[in-house]
Design a protein around this ligand. Structure first.
Ligand SMILES: Nc1nc2c(ncn2[C@@H]2O[C@H](COP(=O)(O)OP(=O)(O)O)[C@@H](O)[C@H]2O)c(=O)[nH]1
Ligand SMILES: [Mg+2]
Length: 170
């Protein structure tokens, strides 16, 4: 998800190793591995709830923001309405107006657990994102999740050195 022109459709092409070809996204495309939504969903509060619905069909949800976006559409703690891992993908890192640290801050505020930087045109950064997408989702038992809470850890932070899950929580 992300605003129009952020590079969402291009990213789906780059992930497949295709050369970029512009297609206006008129409806949500779900035919392949990626669910590609029109930017209007992120831009209108009437449609934005649709993104939450689409997220239920996904293993992982990505906010896509171009490195040269002048303003942020996504509020803080956005991950709380999505019951999936949330990641950020910064596109157009080649833009002369790129401000990657600013976009990173927006994504961190939204609650993205990983942030990737890509150039859809050259394919730079795409391999790192693909490696992440190929990883199996870590599974936690309820007891393990509760143990993490006692340490104040998020689901994705590694356990501190020397700490292991107590017996019987696995
Ligand atoms: N320079 C550059 N242009 C990009 C990149 N990704 C997308 N674009 C261009 O940005 C425009 C919008 O891309 P598109 O994928 O249709 O955005 P969408 O509306 O989010 O689906 C197109 O002209 C793309 O060729 C990138 O990483 N670098
Ligand atoms: Mg599109």
């Amino acid at each position: 998800m992300g605003r129009s022109e952020a590079g969402k459709t291009s990213l789906t092409q780059a992930l497949k190793g295709e050369k970029l070809h512009y297609v206006k996204t008129q409806y949500t495309n779900t035919s392949q591995d990626a669910i590609d939504t029109p930017g209007e969903y992120a831009e209108s509060k009437h449609f934005s709830v649709g993104l939450a619905c689409f997220s239920f069909e996904a293993d992982v949800v990505a906010i896509i923001q171009a490195a040269d976006e002048p303003y942020n559409l996504f509020g803080a703690s956005l991950h709380t309405f999505i019951l999936r891992p949330l990641i950020g993908v910064i596109t157009k890192t080649d833009s002369p107006y790129a401000n990657v640290p600013m976009i990173r801050q927006w994504m961190q505020n939204a609650g993205c657990e990983r942030i990737f930087e890509v150039n859809n045109v050259t394919g730079e950064g795409i391999d790192t994102l693909l490696d992440y997408l190929k990883e199996d989702l870590p599974t936690l038992t309820l007891e393990q999740a509760k143990f993490r809470q006692t340490l104040g850890l998020s689901e994705w932070e590694p356990l501190p050195e020397g700490v292991e899950y107590p017996e019987g929580t696995g």
